[in-house]
Ligand binder design. Structure first.
Ligand SMILES: [Zn+2]
Length: 456
């Protein structure tokens, strides 16, 4: 879950509509979908395998290939009409190790850190330099080259706790991680440290992407507890030095999006896409981000098939590679669609956590949004309380260029940054009922859209 700004801008634009234009009562079919989802643990068990057998599955890593293979086998066993790999080539970044320490009264104290992607590497002995603490990029620029050159910049502004919308708080703080390393480098800094983006005071470093084109410096995130420790130590000794070691490499790799189709009966050449991303940061099992989105998407196909629902259009589940680093999977599916003249009718994404379902955000014309709202009352008994204008998601985002209506599944978000991009994002944090309520909500909405169409 990376791009959130468009979403947060629109999140308060609540639109409500109670009319029902479906010609028959669909409540019984929706209940059937939910009943099946809530009593089937196949996807939940497969999520466990994905998390435990292929953690840290960042693009180009051995585990990314194991993850694709694991999911491919699983989907082939489901008896869908078509399961295949959509191959493409992309830059990738492999992190071998990262560590940092400060020297306090003669003792070397390790810090809980992790490398941001794609951090630069250091010599084996690491780099050591004085630290300069700032709370914004503007503050750094005001200090200027004279005060920054040769130092390691430490961005230490916490996420604001006062926003109800946690994605808004993240959006306001993430510039330190995303743009911070290059801003520091441009002023002659030799490294960059960012406070982890989470509300919790804990020992998990939360990684993520940064934009580092051209010359690269080491860029790391530090846990919130150690960010506070570092800040305090700096007050006691403004000349405190930190040592950072990063061993990472940039490569180019062949890789895949994994695709499964359930063929449509009337318009098989029109596709309803539903997806999540199969990659996960090097420090995590990637359960909520975004193994769960992959499994919920494949559940949509299974729930159609098991309930004997034959879609009019082909339902296509896509497990995108590389949402986290360069977003090459989403862009490559757009290129694939153009090359092969694929008609994507609608696209849905689940990449905002798999907690209790709350609603959907829609990036489409007002007419399409109004049409989708006609289906909302069927989902309200299951806790879907909003369908509002907002972003679809990073992986389906490129399809906007082709005019495809986009839709993002939204779960309750208050705990999302407890686990985001850190070792705390484990299978054990996933609740099967919450996950399957999401699968059923996604399948039900797709069922209604396919059956009753979208306005054009
Ligand atoms: Zn994600």
């Amino acid at each position: 879950m990376k791009k959130f700004i468009a979403y947060t801008c629109c999140v308060l634009t609540l639109i409500s509509c109670q009319t029902n234009e479906t010609s028959v009562d669909e409540s019984a079919t929706i209940k059937k979908i939910y009943d099946n989802a809530l009593t089937t643990d196949l996807a939940y068990n497969q999520l466990e395998r994905l998390c435990k057998e292929a953690p840290g599955r960042l693009i180009g890593t051995p585990n990314s290939f194991i993850a694709v293979e694991l999911m491919k086998e699983y989907l082939e066993g489901m008896g869908f009409d078509n399961v295949f790999l959509q191959e493409f080539s992309s830059p990738a970044w492999i992190c071998h190790s990262a560590s940092a320490s400060i020297n306090l009264e003669g003792e070397e104290i390790p810090l809980k850190i992790d490398a941001l992607g794609p951090s630069g590497s250091t010599p084996k002995q690491g780099i050591s330099a004085e630290i300069i603490e700032v709370f914004s990029l503007d503050e750094l620029r005001e200090l200027g080259k004279e005060k920054v050159e040769g130092k390691i910049v430490f961005y230490n502004r916490p996420m604001s706790a006062t926003h109800y919308n946690v994605f808004q708080a993240y959006g306001e703080a993430v510039d330190q991680r995303y743009w911070g390393p290059s801003a520091a480098r441009d002023l002659g800094a030799v490294g960059s440290i960012t406070r982890s983006l989470t509300y919790n005071l804990d020992d998990f470093p939360h990684t993520g992407s940064c934009r580092l084109e051209g010359e690269k410096i080491p860029a790391i995130a530090v846990s919130t507890n150690d960010a506070d420790k570092l800040s305090k130590a700096l007050k006691a000794n403004p000349h405190l030095k930190v040592n950072i070691k990063v061993d990472a490499e940039d490569i180019v790799t062949d890789t895949y999006n994994l695709i499964a189709d359930l063929k449509g009966s009337e318009k098989p050449d029109k596709y309803i896409v539903v997806g999540g991303h199969i990659d996960a940061w090097h420090n995590t099992e990637g359960a909520q981000d975004d193994g769960i989105g992959c499994l919920q998407s494949t559940e949509v196909l299974r729930l159609f098939k098991e309930n004997g629902i034959r879609p009019k259009r082909t339902i296509r589940a896509i497990m995108y590679m590389d949402e986290e680093l360069y977003q090459s999977g989403g862009n490559s599916y757009l290129a694939y669609s153009k090359e092969n003249n694929i008609k994507n009718y609608f696209a849905m994404e689940s990449d905002a956590g798999g907690y209790t379902p709350r609603g959907f955000t829609i990036d489409a014309s007002e007419k399409v949004i109004a049409k989708m709202l006609e289906y909302k009352h069927y989902l309200e008994p299951y806790g879907i309380h909003y369908m509002i204008a907002g972003g679809g998601g990073v992986d389906i985002g490129p399809l906007k260029e082709l005019g495809v209506p986009l839709c993002g599944f939204r779960a309750d978000w208050q705990r999302y940054y407890d686990i985001h991009h850190c070792a705390n994002d484990t299978f054990e944090q996933v609740n099967m009922r919450e996950m399957q309520l999401g699968s059923a909500a996604m399948a039900s909405l797709i069922y209604l859209i396919d059956k009753y169409d979208l306005a054009n």
